[in-house]
Design a protein around this ligand. Structure first.
Ligand SMILES: [Zn+2]
Length: 109
């Protein structure tokens, strides 16, 4: 079972109290953008085997959204953080790099 730390209410929460919101850090394209950019925003996702950044909502708790960094192959959770960020915090990136040598933010995009 997936257990994540909610950074808003500071509780460890199992997946039955959460709702998945898809990939995190997706760059939005709106009016005035090219059709291909908007199409990529709507439909294209990384879906990696390995490090992945996801949006989660603590739906049966505080109700707030947060982001999680985890490994889809090993199910290891590197950390959770506020959804009000455009990039993972340095502490999360350092935790991932310690476990996944050679990994760096942005290499998967
Ligand atoms: Zn919460």
């Amino acid at each position: 079972m997936l257990i994540l730390h909610c950074p808003h209410c500071d509780r460890m929460v199992d997946e039955t109290d959460l709702h998945a919101g898809g990939e995190a850090h997706v760059k939005r394209f709106g009016p005035g953008s090219q059709a291909e950019e908007f199409e990529n925003y709507l439909f294209m996702r990384e879906n990696p085997k390995g490090v992945h950044f996801e949006r989660w909502r603590h739906v049966y708790g505080c109700g707030k959204w947060f982001l999680a960094a985890r490994n889809t192959a090993t199910l290891e959770v590197y950390g959770t953080y506020s959804a009000q960020t455009t990039e993972p915090p340095q502490a999360i990136r350092d935790a991932i790099s310690a476990k996944q040598p050679g990994w760096s933010w942005g290499t998967f995009q």
